[in-house]
Design a binder for this molecule. Structure first.
Ligand code: TXA
Ligand code: MG
Length: 338
C-alpha cells in the first residue's frame, strides 16, 4: 500500500529483507515494536542517526535507544553490565524494558547524546525481531530508534500514525498492526549508581524489584539526563486537562454553558445524553487503557475541540505508567519532548 509521504509495507519476508538493506544503506525504516512504533537507523552510522533527528524535528542532544537482536549484543554497546542489569535483561528481554548502561567506545555520541551511557533494548514484537535479525545477517549490530512521531507529539501505535506524522521523511514503514502495549518501554538506569526507574511502563516497579531484590530508585532530576522523562511530551495539540471522575459532569456543564466544544476521554463516567462532541469510553483496566491511549488522544485531537477533558485515573501503582503519560499530555510547558 502506498500512502502520501511514505511507503507502508506488510512485513513479508521480502519487505523485511528490503528494510534491512535500507538500514544497512543508511536509510530510515519505521517498524512496530510491542510498545510503540520506532523510527530506525543503523546505530553505527552517524549520518543515518542524524537523519532520524531531522525527520522527527528533535534536538540533536537527545539520546536514542539502540534496539538489539539478542541479549548477547549487550556488551558490544555497554562497557559494564552490572549483575542487576544482566538479571533484568534475562528476565524481561525480549520485552518492553530499556536499560541505561555505561557506554562502550562503539556507542556514538549522536546515539548517546554525548552522555557516558547508552540505552539498550531487545524488543519482543515479531516484526521488530525479524527486522533486527535480518539486519544482523547483513552485519548490523543495532538499530537506533526513538518513537516514530514528530518531536513533541504522542507516540505512534499504528503504521498510519507514523505516516501521518513523518510523511516523506521516512523511507519505509513496516506495518505490524496496532502495538500491543501502547505506551513506551519501562526505562531503568544503571548509569548513576543504584538502579533508578527513569520512565514507568508496562513492566511495573514491583516486577523489577522482584528480580533485583530491592525496588529501583524513583526518578529524580539529579540522575542522568533523560530528556523524554523530564517534562511535557506525548502531548496532543489541543489543550488537554485532567478532570477528577466526580467533577467531570460539572465541568462538562460549565463548558456547555459557555458553548465551548470539548472532546472527552472517559473511563468510568457515562456519556450524558445531551453531549454532542467526541466522547471516547476507555477501558477500565490499566493494560487496556494503555493499549488504546495514544490512538484515543489522536482521535480526540482530530475532533477540533476547544479542549480535551481526560477523566483522571486511580493513583494506585498499577496505573503509574498511564498516569505518567496523562500528566505529560496535560502539562503546559513543553521544553523537553521526544
Ligand atoms: O518503547 C520504547 O522505548 C520506544 C520503542 C520504539 O522502543 N522508544 C522510545 O524512544 O520511546 P524515545 O527516543 O522516544 O524515548 C527514549 C527515552 C528518552 O526519554 C531518552 O531520553 C531516554 O530514553 N534515553 C535514551 N538513552 C538514554 C541515556 N543514555 N540516558 C538517559 N536516558 C536515555
Ligand atoms: Mg518518544
Amino acid at each position: 500500500m502506498n500512502v502520501p509521504g511514505g511507503r507502508v509495507l506488510a512485513p513479508t519476508p521480502a519487505a523485511l529483507d528490503a528494510a534491512a538493506h535500507r538500514l544497512r544503506d543508511g536509510e530510515l525504516v519505521a517498524f512496530p515494536t510491542e510498545t510503540v512504533y520506532g523510527l530506525g537507523a543503523d546505530a553505527a552510522n552517524p549520518l543515518a542517526v542524524r537523519r532520524v533527528f531531522e525527520a522527527k524535528g528533535r534536538p540533536a542532544d537527545h539520546p536514542v535507544i539502540v534496539h538489539l537482536a539478542d541479549v548477547a549484543e549487550l556488551r558490544h554497546w555497554a562497557r559494564d553490565v552490572p549483575a542487576g542489569a544482566e538479571a533484568l535483561a534475562r528476565a524481561f528481554w525480549p520485552g518492553p524494558l530499556t536499560l541505561i548502561l555505561p557506554r562502550s567506545e562503539r556507542a556514538l555520541d549522536v546515539v548517546t547524546g554525548g552522555q557516558d551511557s547508552v540505552g539498550l533494548r531487545v524488543p519482543s514484537h515479531p516484526v521488530a525481531r525479524s527486522l533486527l535479525a535480518a539486519f544482523a545477517r547483513l552485519g548490523g549490530r543495532g538499530v537506533a530508534a526513538p518513537s516514530a512521531n514528530r518531536f513533541g507529539h504522542v507516540s505512534p501505535t499504528t503504521a498510519a500514525h507514523v505516516a501521518d506524522d513523518l510523511g516523506d521523511a521516512v523511507d519505509l514503514i513496516l506495518d505490524g498492526g496496532p502495538c500491543e502495549v501502547g505506551i513506551e518501554s519501562t526505562i531503568v538506569s544503571f548509569a548513576g549508581g543504584a538502579p533508578a526507574l527513569l520512565r514507568p511502563g508496562a513492566i511495573a516497579p514491583a516486577a523489577i524489584a522482584a528480580i533485583l531484590g530491592f525496588p529501583p530508585r524513583s526518578h529524580d532530576r539529579a540522575v542522568p539526563r533523560a530528556p523524554g522523562t523530564l517534562a511535557s511530551h506525548y502531548a496532543p495539540r489541543t489543550r488537554s486537562v485532567l478532570v477528577a471522575a466526580d467533577a467531570l459532569r460539572t465541568v462538562l456543564a460549565s463548558h456547555a454553558s459557555r458553548e465551548e466544544r470539548v472532546a472527552v476521554l472517559a473511563r468510568t463516567t457515562r456519556r450524558p445524553d445531551d453531549f454532542d462532541g467526541v466522547w471516547i469510553a476507555a477501558p477500565a483496566d490499566p493494560a487496556g487503557y494503555a493499549h488504546g491511549l495514544y490512538a484515543n488522544l489522536r482521535a480526540l485531537d482530530a475532533a477540533d475541540a476547544d479542549e480535551i477533558l481526560i477523566e483522571s485515573v486511580p493513583a494506585s501503582t498499577e496505573w503509574l505508567a498511564v498516569g505518567d503519560r496523562l500528566a505529560r499530555a496535560t502539562r503546559g510547558e513543553d521544553d523537553d519532548r521526544d
